[in-house]
Each structure stands twice: as C-alpha cells, then as structure tokens.
Design a binder for this molecule. Structure first.
Ligand SMILES: Nc1ncnc2c1ncn2[C@@H]1O[C@H](COP(=O)(O)OP(=O)(O)OP(=O)(O)O)[C@@H](O)[C@H]1O
Ligand SMILES: [Mg+2]
Length: 278
C-alpha cells in the first residue's frame, strides 16, 4: 500500500491522553468487549471518511463489516492498525489501557492485531513452510535457516497452522505454485502464526472459486472463538454463509448492526447497499 500515512500535527491531537478513560475501559471490559472504537472521525482534505464511528467487538466473535464502496471500511481498518491517525476518537484493546491511536503500526501489531489485505502477499519463491516460519519469526530471519532456530512449541504452532489452513500436504511447495485461494489461506496462516487476538481480513473471497469460498467460510468460522475476526466482504452469499453479527457502514458511520436477517430487512440498508445485491 502506498497511501501516505496521515499524520496529525495539530495541537488538539497531541493532548489526547496516552491511556484511555478508566471508567470507559471498565465499562466495556465488564461487557466482554475486546476491541473498542469510540467516536472516531477521519477527514481527508475536508471530506469525512469516518464520521463519529463507534464499534465494539467482543472477544472471540466473528463480525462481518459490509457497506457500499467508499463507506469507510478500509479507513476503519487503517485506524485500528495505526496506518491512519484519526482526527478525533479513541481505540483500545481490553487488556491494555493504552490509546492505540497514538501507537505505531508496529506496536499495534505486537499487541496482537493482525491484518490481511485483499491481495495475497506471500513470498512466491519460498515454500509454504518457509513463509510460515518467517511470519512466526516476525519477519526477522533468513529463509531456509529458520526451522532449526525455532523452538519446539514454535514448530508445533506451525504444524497446527498448516492444519488449520488445510495446507499440510503443500508445505514444501513454493507459495507461487499455489492456487489463488490457497495463497489467501497461506496469508491468513501467516497472521495466525503470530497468534493474534484480532484478525482484520479484507475481501478474502474475491477471485475465489465456489469451492474455495466454502473452504474459506469453514476456516473463518473455525477461527472465531480463538480469535476475534473481522471480515470485510462485498460478496453477500459469502457473508450470509458466515454471518453472525453484521455491521453496515455508510458514509463513515454505522448505519445498522444485527443479524444478517435484521440488517437485510432494514429499509435504510436496502436503500444504500443491499437493494442491488439481494
Ligand atoms: N488517502 C486518502 N485520501 C483521500 N481520500 C481518501 C483516502 N483514503 C480513503 N479516502 C476516501 O475515504 C472514503 C472511504 O474510503 P474507504 O477506502 O475507507 O472505503 P471502503 O468502504 O473501504 O470502500 P470499498 O468497498 O470500495 O473498498 C472514500 O470516499 C475514499 O475516496
Ligand atoms: Mg475498502
């Protein structure tokens, strides 16, 4: 991604506290929330890409995030992962009272928020196993020599990830030889190697075959419970197949939230988004 990082040099932003309001922190923690996004706004040259957006994600839930093009789905992920600094608002993880909007992308990743962009970015010439080894080593190391350096439990984690993503039999193949769907699973596996608390996954099934989509639905379904998973997707058949709780974004705010049935019946959602895809 080449989008320049949006920096905040204004004095107002510098006054944001480095730790979140203790009352708010205790409140969301007592409700089983893991990730809290409170009243976040982002503008680009006066255009509000996010407009007082709030979102609460519970520990272990699978949340689908939908909405028309330009609704702010990617910008929201950019804020959560520290790629974009909001003009106002707060983001934090229960378990750590630090304000995430003041941390670097690297620090946020280390806290356990992993992100998968739409396009797979695996190392094509290296094997599936080597890709996972490198991910587990946090990108530090040299291909081919990592396996020996890994501790027993790290090797077990890689074996487990290979099983989860269904690529055990492909471990020694170059990643470049995998199908598009398999590459997407490998990249999800590379995030899993770090055992993240939150996984943000952008349009995982674009370009997949029907069979690959079904397999991806099973994979994401199986990750919920162990991880908090946010899936951004335009393919409504796929969303329907995995949806538990769905959040609909529109013009930078939450338009509706609920089960797939509930949001599908909401006339505002039908008008701005689902009308054409149902
Ligand atoms: N770096 C930027 N500079 C200027 N405008 C931006 C920037 N990033 C996003 N925007 C604008 O902010 C709005 C929200 O964009 P965003 O990419 O978050 O939407 P989205 O919901 O992810 O859409 P899509 O479904 O097409 O991926 C859009 O109008 C977009 O043009
Ligand atoms: Mg987007």
């Amino acid at each position: 991604m080449t989008t320049p990082r949006k920096t905040q040099r204004g004095s107002a932003r510098q006054q944001v506290s480095r730790t979140v309001d203790p009352a708010r922190y205790d409140d969301v923690r007592s409700r089983g929330v893991l990730l809290c996004v409170d009243n976040v706004s982002v503008s680009f040259d006066g255009f509000k890409a996010l407009n007082n957006l709030s979102l609460l994600l519970e520990e272990g839930e699978l949340r689908c995030l939908i909405g028309p093009n330009g609704a702010g789905k990617t910008t929201l992920q950019d804020v959560i992962t520290g790629k974009t600094r909001p003009d106002s608002g707060s983001v934090f993880l229960v378990g750590d009272p630090r304000e995430l909007t003041l941390l670097s992308e690297h620090e946020i990743a280390r806290l356990g928020i992993g992100r998968k962009f739409q396009k797979p970015t695996v190392f094509a010439e290296h094997t599936v196993l080597e890709n996972l080894e490198l991910a587990l080593a946090g990108g530090k190391g040299v291909f081919g020599s990592l396996w020996r350096a890994l501790r027993g439990e790290q090797r077990e984690r890689i074996d487990e990830v290979l099983r989860i993503i269904g690529l055990v039999e492909h471990a020694s193949r170059p990643a470049g030889a995998l199908s598009h769907g398999q590459k997407q699973w490998l990249e999800i596996g590379m995030l899993l190697a770090q055992d993240p608390r939150v996984l943000l996954i952008d349009e995982p099934v674009a370009g997949m075959t029907h069979q690959e989509m079904e397999r991806t639905a099973e994979l994401l379904d199986g990750l919920a419970g162990k991880h908090t998973v946010v899936v951004v997707e335009h393919d409504m058949d796929f969303v329907r197949s995995i949806a538990r709780r769905v959040t609909v974004l529109h013009e930078g705010s939450v338009l509706a939230e609920g089960s797939m049935d509930q949001v599908q019946r909401d006339p505002r959602v039908v008008e701005v988004y689902l009308g054409e895809s149902c």
